[in-house]
Each structure stands twice: as structure tokens, then as C-alpha cells.
Design a protein around this ligand. Structure first.
Ligand code: TRP
Length: 328
């Protein structure tokens, strides 16, 4: 039997290249080897976006269109929306009863977000419980592996702690410890050299037009010490070179040499990168265009995913209640 995987993404904006190399490419590879559940984490999104929840429906459809266009195959993987499977909240509630406050208050991602996020007030009861809901997501499907970025490791650790606490309190091995699958791709930085993130406005979105991609790339900062064309460049400190290394490793050596020998200027180098990225995204965007023309088909896929996810989720809840001797 195939091992099971669960992963999720919050529908809070358009997907960008960081999602492609940081998550989607990985998900696509895992589809054959594992039984995959890929979830739109709309409740998690709501925890941050509760002041403007109306943005969520559009991004749910938009993000799923990108998943499908990038190569997530609904014949292989189960694609579903978290809020359409109510058992997530049921298990979250149960877990919230047995999760000590200190575990949540100490969580590094929680502390960091409270410190960093200035545009929204995250001092809420719901946001403190973010990792409890994530534990419920993972354990509801008894996922053995969870593909995530490094930033999510504290949540996975909490998931294991909650699983162990549940098992020991009710004296049943209902849950086993899920492990992480970390993406091997080096972290892709944003256009300005910071982490690629919608909130920094430094992304290249999977749906960006040719003109926008050209414009965004042309504004990228290259080696600051290379002022004139004849100055030799230092690819190791150049973010444009880093993009080549991630997306077009086959061109890496040649470009490295051309830059260090001052044979290729930054303007030309960026033009080339833009046209390569445009070519890379073309097939995805073509499919995206077709999927978005047929929203009913996306909804049908999610409806089907909901049924398949619900079958697993309801069986787990039954088991949980039996272990807790809650069944009447
Ligand atoms: N917290 C994850 C993120 O922001 C999204 C998420 C929600 C998730 N539930 C999950 C990821 C379960 C993996 C498993 O990226």
C-alpha cells in the first residue's frame, strides 16, 4: 500500500515562482509514489484574512487552476477545500482541549508572526490555534509524510506532540508520527533579494504576462560591483544568476563564465532570463487559461475531492470518538 501524504496551501493570493519550486514541483513528483491529499487551507487563510474574507473564494479557484496547470493530476491526487470537510474543525476542537497553551505560545512561527506582521491584528484566539488546526489536517488523514517548507517544521513537531498526547491520554495508538518531506530546491529569493512573498511585492506570479515578467526582471539588482560592461561580474552574489541556477541549471556554467569574463552584460543577461522564464511558464499559462474558462470543471474536481477526503475523515473521527469512549 502507498504511504499517504497531506499538504496544504493558503489561498491568500496569486501563486508565484516560489510556490512552484518550493511546493508544486515537489507535489507533482510525489503524486505517483504516494497517495496524495492536496488541500486548499481556507480556514488557515481566514485566520489572517478575517477582515476581508471575500478575497478567499477567488483565490481558491485561481490557485487550484495553477495547481492543475502545473501538473497536479486529479486522477492521481485528491484535491479538496479544507472548509468543505467539516471534520477538520471537529478534530481541531478535540485537539484544542488537550493542547497546553504553553506549546502554542512558545511556537516560533507564532511569535515571529506577532512580531513581524503589522498590517493585521493577529492577537486572536483563532490564530493562536493555527498549529492545532494544522495538526488536525494532518492527523485526520493519518498522513505518514507531509511535504512542507522548513518554516513549517515547528508545526509538524507540534503535530507529533499532539498525536502522542492523544494516544497516551486515551490509551490507543490512533495516530502515528508524521514525518516531513523537505523540498530540495534551494530557496528562491524575491526580485529584491528578500524572501519571495506577496507581502513584499517581489514575486513573479505564475500568471504574470510577458510584459510584466520582462519589466520585473529588468528591475532586478545584479552584482553591485559591476558598474560598467567591461567590469568582470560576480555571479555568486547576483540574484539573476541564482534564478538561472534554480530554473535553468543547464545554462549555469556558460553564463557564469560569460559574466565573470565580462563577455555578457547584465541587461542582456536579464533579457535572456526573462525570455527563458516566459517560455517556461507558457505551457502552464496556456492550461491555466483553458481551466479558468471552465470553472465548473474545477468545481467538479473539488467536489469529487471532497467526497474522497470525507470518506477518510469520517472514519478517523469515528475512531477518535471510540478511543475517547464518546460514542453513545
Ligand atoms: N501552514 C501551511 C502554510 O502556511 C499550510 C497548511 C495548512 C498545511 N494545513 C497544512 C501544510 C497541513 C501542510 C499540512 O504553508
Amino acid at each position: 500500500m502507498k504511504k499517504r501524504i497531506l499538504s496544504g496551501m493558503r489561498p491568500t493570493g496569486k501563486l508565484h515562482l516560489g510556490h512552484l519550486v518550493g511546493a508544486l514541483d515537489n507535489w507533482i513528483k510525489l503524486q505517483d509514489e504516494y497517495e496524495c491529499f492536496f488541500m486548499v487551507a481556507d480556514w488557515h487563510a481566514l485566520m489572517g484574512e478575517y477582515e476581508k474574507p471575500q478575497i478567499l473564494p477567488e483565490f481558491i479557484i485561481d490557485n487550484v487552476a495553477d495547481w492543475l496547470s502545473a501538473g497536479i493530476d486529479p486522477e492521481k491526487a485528491v484535491l479538496f477545500i479544507q472548509s468543505q470537510v467539516p471534520e477538520h474543525l471537529e478534530l481541531q476542537m478535540i485537539f484544542s482541549c488537550l493542547t497546553p497553551l504553553g506549546w502554542l505560545e512558545r511556537c516560533p512561527t507564532y511569535k515571529e508572526q506577532l512580531r513581524e506582521v503589522k498590517t493585521r491584528d493577529l492577537h486572536t484566539y483563532g490564530f493562536l490555534g493555527y498549529p492545532v488546526l494544522q495538526a488536525a489536517d494532518i492527523l485526520l488523514y493519518k498522513a505518514g509524510k507531509v511535504p512542507v517548507g522548513e518554516d513549517q517544521l515547528p508545526h509538524l513537531e507540534l503535530t507529533r506532540e499532539i498525536a502522542r498526547r492523544f494516544n497516551s491520554l486515551y490509551n490507543h495508538e490512533v495516530f502515528s508520527d508524521p514525518g516531513a518531506i523537505l523540498t530540495k530546491t534551494p530557496r528562491l529569493l524575491g526580485l529584491d533579494g528578500r524572501k519571495m512573498s506577496k507581502s513584499y511585492d517581489n514575486t513573479i506570479n505564475l500568471s504574470d504576462s510577458e510584459d510584466i515578467i520582462k519589466k520585473k526582471i529588468s528591475n532586478m539588482i545584479t552584482d553591485p560591483e559591476r558598474i560598467k560592461l567591461v567590469d568582470p561580474g560576480h555571479p555568486s552574489v547576483c540574484n539573476v544568476f541564482a534564478y538561472y541556477a534554480v530554473f535553468f541549471p543547464e545554462m549555469k556554467d556558460e553564463l557564469h563564465k560569460a559574466c565573470a569574463d565580462a563577455g555578457l552584460g547584465c541587461v542582456e543577461c536579464k533579457k535572456r532570463l526573462a525570455s527563458c522564464l516566459i517560455e517556461l511558464l507558457k505551457p502552464i499559462q496556456k492550461k491555466r487559461h483553458d481551466f479558468l474558462k471552465d470553472k465548473q470543471m474545477i468545481l467538479k474536481i473539488l467536489e469529487d475531492g471532497k467526497a474522497r477526503a470525507s470518506a477518510v475523515a469520517s472514519a478517523t473521527i469515528r475512531e477518535v470518538k471510540a478511543a475517547m469512549k464518546l460514542s453513545l
